[in-house]
Write a protein that binds this ligand. Sequence first.
Ligand SMILES: Cc1ncc(C[n+]2csc(CCOP(=O)(O)OP(=O)(O)O)c2C)c(N)n1
Length: 330
Amino acid sequence: MATPDAFEPDSATLLEIYRRVALLHANDERARKVIRSGQIAMVYYSYRGQEVIPAALSAALRDDDYLCTIYRGIHDMLAKGFPLDILWAELAGRATGSCKGKGGPMHLTYPEKGIMVTTGVVGSTMPIANGLGWAAQLDGTDRVVVATFGDGASNIGAFHESLNLAAVWKLPVIFLCQNNQFAEHTTYEAGTSAKQIADRAQGYNIPGVRVDGNDPAAMYRAAAQAVARARAGEGPTLIEAMTFRFMGHVFGDPDAYIPKDMKAAAMADDPVPKFRARLIQDGIATDDQLSAIEAGIEAQIDAAVAFALASPFPETDELRRDVFAEEIAA
Ligand SMILES: Cc1ncc(C[n+]2csc(CCOP(=O)(O)OP(=O)(O)O)c2C)c(N)n1
C-alpha cells in the first residue's frame, strides 16, 4: 500500500479537479435554464452543491474503472467522461442519445468510460457494483468499481447486504455515500438512526471514512486511498462525503422541509467559487486561466445542446429494440 503522501493531490491534479467542477457546475446551470425555457421537458434532479465529490473521485479513477450511479448522478457521469453531445441528446429523448433516446435522464449509460448504470431504484447501485466487482475479480483485472448513492439509500436492505458480501469476498468496490443531508423530502434525522453513515462500516469490518465532500483535497485523498486499497485486492471502503444539495429533491421542489437558515448557510459556502478562489490564492492558476477554461466549457455545452435539439426523435419501431436480447416482433 502506498504511503499517505501518495494520496495528496498535486497542483496539476487540483487544476484538473477544478476543470471537472466547472463542467459539472455549468452543465447543471444550463440544464435548469433549458427546462425553464421549455426547450427540453425532462425530470431533473439537480446536483448543484455536490460537484466537488465526483470531480475529485474521478481524478483518482481510470477510464476502465466502473461507475454505478443514481438519478441524481449526471455530475458523476460527466466527471467520469460521459460525452456532452450524446448526454444532451439522451436528456432530450433524441435518437442520437447514448441510449437512442429511450432511456432519458434516469437511465444513462456509457460503458466506453465504465459508466455502467444509472438507476432510479434507491439502493440498487450497490448490488450491481458488487456484481461488476466480482466479475473484475474473476477476470483477474485490477478494475475498481464505485457505487454512489444518497444518505437515504443507506437505510435500504441492499446497502447492508452489499457491504457484507463485498467485505466477505474482498470485492474492489467503493461505496460512496453523497450525504446531502436529505432524502426525498425527509431530513437525515427523521430517517437514519446512525449518527454517521460511515460508522455503519464497522458492522461489516471494513474502513468507514467521513470526509468533507466539498473540500477538493480531502475528497481526493479519501477517494485515492480507497481506490488504492481496492486495486490492491484489500477490499471495499465506505466513504461518507458530506455535502448539501442546493436545489431540493427534484426540479420544481419548493423545499419547504429544508430549514431556511441551513440552506442559506450552505449556499453562502458554495464549494465552486470557494475552490476557484483557493486556486488563485495558492498560485495554482490565474483568474484569466480559469475564465478561459470556463468559456471553453460553455462553448462545448452550447454545441451539445444545439446537437441534441437538432437531432430527430426515435422512430416508433425502435420501441421493441434493445429491450431483450432478441428483438420483439411487432
Ligand atoms: C426503492 C425505492 N424506494 C423509494 C423511492 C422513492 N425515492 C426516490 S428518491 C428518494 C430519496 C433518496 O434519498 P437519498 O438516498 O438521500 O438521495 P438524494 O436524492 O438525496 O440524492 C426516494 C425515497 C425509490 N425511487 N426507490
